[in-house]
Design a protein around this ligand. Sequence first.
Ligand code: SDX
Length: 427
Amino acid sequence: MTGNAKLVAGGKDHDYPVLAGSVGPDVIDIRKLYGQTGMFTYDPGFTSTASCESGLTYIDGDQGILLHRGYPIDQLAEQSNFMEVSYLLLNGELPSQAELEKFSYTITRHTMLHEQLATFYRGFRRDAHPMAIMCGVVGALSAFYHDSTDITDPRQRMIASHRLIAKMPTIAAMAYKYSVGQPFLYPDNKLSYTGNFLRMTFGVPAEDYVVDPVVEAAMDKIFILHADHEQNASTSTVRLAGSSGANPFACIAAGIACLWGPAHGGANEAALNMLREIGHPDRIPEYIARAKNKDDPFRLMGFGHRVYKNYDPRAKVMQKTANEVLDKLGVTDPIFDVARELEQIALKDEYFVSKKLYPNVDFYSGVILSAIGFPTTMFTVLFALARTVGWVAQWNEMISDPEQKIGRPRQLYTGPTQRDYVPVGDR
Ligand code: SDX
């Protein structure tokens, strides 16, 4: 405890402890507020609410800082790899070479799916959105892996965590293959986590698939940039589902469903569709005007963030990666020119400056994913693939937190007060 906060409510003084973390805003511990005052706090969207204590990811929205277990995201993106960042998020420390090899070996040997899960795909229409398939197939994992659903058993929690991280690339690649009518490819344990995903997605049984190191490195960096992000909407969904004791596969399926929304993970698909709709820098002013028009629901997708009121540090790395990938792949995409021009115009526009709206992680990712060959419908699937390690790490942290209990918010009730039933003949 670092101090005291005084609240005058109902004509009485109430003191609440102020708790300090290792960095970032202090919190006022109001757990006794309702018992002492008979009042709730009111915070729709949880803009001023800390839902938990966590040591995983720290974000400073004003400074544009993102740390995973203390390590800055730009250093991890430039010097680490997704398997190592996954180990860091799950275990709290960077692994030794031997620890990393053991972890990668474990994950690699969980990449295959139960063969009957392939039949789930054939129940979907070929034009089903891949996120709909992800929600269904990931939720169905709990019907196949009964030996890792007991959340009170740390060993089962670990196996379920490894299975989810390992199987998401296989599930995602199969969703893409199903949508294009090509056969599924089994995982190839000789390849890296990311290389294996690329081969299962873009390879065909008719010929060998050679992983392009440029694409593999860009994809791996994109996975790192999406791995975890404090208590965002989908992570909070996973935590809330997990707080009831639901099995880990059901919790991650809930997180996938939440991520799908265009205000959250669905923004990368929406941002690229928006850039395509704009089509040419000359049309940017029209869309800037729409984004500023209160009567128009249109928002500049890939811009703005609940926490970042400065540049999203992930967007900076993403823009640099987009440049690199387009250059190395020799792809000239007019969409990228529209994105860079739109960013320059928006960052000088009073509306965006005053509201501190900067590009976020979703603004440039679509340019890279499109250059690699993914359809826009796969963009949020890739976000979910990468975020699974963050969801799993946050879920494990919550389950191990001695203070955690089932999440059950209250409300400000504004509906009718009690009244007697009126039979239909008397209405
Ligand atoms: C992700 O939480 C996370 O960490 C999420 C994420 C993660 O890694 O998990 O970072 C991933 O979801 C990134 C965000 C992707 N979403 C988008 O790019 C969609 C477009 N952005 C907006 O929908 C919006 O910025 C949000 C949802 C991201 C944030 O919304 P907030 O914090 O609720 O802010 P707000 O909607 O109250 O906006 C504040 C003001 C409003 O104007 P006023 O009512 O004050 O007049 O800014 C305006 C908004 O109208 N505004 C925008 C805008 N974003 C906010 N105006 C135009 N275009 C935009 N993009």
